[in-house]
Ligand binder design. Structure first.
Ligand code: DGL
Length: 273
């Protein structure tokens, strides 16, 4: 194995992908972690697909420059775009890990499933198609566009969160066995979603952990932890929210602002401390 561990990259529109990063860090320990938070463009869920596709190509170009071994899609919206075959993954040197494909592995055809996701994820229908291929009979889906702004503003509990959760989930109490959290932001509301739906929640990041373990054979390493964060928008807000969400993990975060539109001209300064 590599002396420094693997180089593992993550990306999302904001703090949602931290639910994936934290799960991976807890399971595999000391590797080289990179996380790109594109909070300049949050939310992805309601942006035009053409814009998101172009933007995703910049993120992939960035991670290719960083020479990551593995790039984990910590975003279901962009993964839906990738799986719709709009992105040429063979242009890149890393192994791309899909959250959607791995996230549904634990779902069986007898399960009744409610999918929650962004407007784009629901519209692109990748989850739905893959679940129907599995033979799922009872399935419903719901876009919850207010969840991401709520979470990015730090309202994870309290009256505001409760009224939005009630608004979306009022008709879904005790109707499905499983609720698939089809947006990486949603596990931040997991306890409340379980309470409102009386269903078992599925966090797709668990499927990613299994894939890294079984297919990529990522080593479980001991030693100190650190993450290099790259932020496209409000860095102070991201620092504050990431500190809050990652408070149960002991690690050293490094924050750096980047501009996805200047990657080509600024390659040399991008990687200086
Ligand atoms: N967390 C992302 C996802 O899984 C993006 C959410 C958003 O920015 O709308 O879809």
């Amino acid at each position: 194995m590599l002396p420094m561990g693997m180089k593992i990259g993550f990306f999302d529109s904001g703090i949602g992908g931290l639910t994936v990063l934290k799960n991976v860090m807890k399971n595999f320990g000391n590797h080289q972690y990179f996380y790109l938070a594109d909070n300049l463009n949050v939310p992805y869920g309601s942006k035009p697909i053409s814009f998101l596709k172009e933007n995703l190509e910049k993120i992939m170009y960035f991670y290719n420059l960083l020479h990551v071994d593995v790039l984990i899609s910590a975003c279901n919206t962009t993964d839906s775009i990738v799986l719709k075959n709009n992105i040429a993954l063979n242009n890149y040197d890393f192994v791309y890990v899909s959250i959607i494909k791995n996230g549904i592995k634990s779902i069986k055809k007898e399960d009744s499933v409610l999918l929650l996701g962004t407007e784009n994820t629901i519209k692109l229908g990748v989850y739905k198609n893959l679940l129907f291929e599995k033979g799922i009979k009872k399935f419903d889906e719901l876009a919850c566009p207010l969840f991401v702004p709520l979470i990015e503003e730090g309202y994870w509990y309290g009256q505001m969160a409760d009224s939005i959760l009630r608004f979306y989930l009022r008709d879904f109490r005790a109707k499905y066995d499983k609720v698939l959290l089809g947006c990486t932001h949603y596990p931040i509301l997991e306890e409340q979603i379980e309470r409102y739906t009386e269903a078992l929640t599925i966090d797709p990041s668990d499927g990613i952990v299994d894939f890294l373990n079984e297919e990529i054979k990522v080593e479980k390493r001991i030693g100190s932890l650190s993450v290099n964060y790259y932020i496209t928008g409000n860095i102070e807000k991201f620092k504050y929210l990431s500190k809050l969400f990652m408070k149960d993990i002991s690690y050293v975060p490094n924050f750096k602002k980047i501009d996805l539109n200047k990657l080509y001209e600024k390659q040399s300064i991008l990687f200086t401390k």
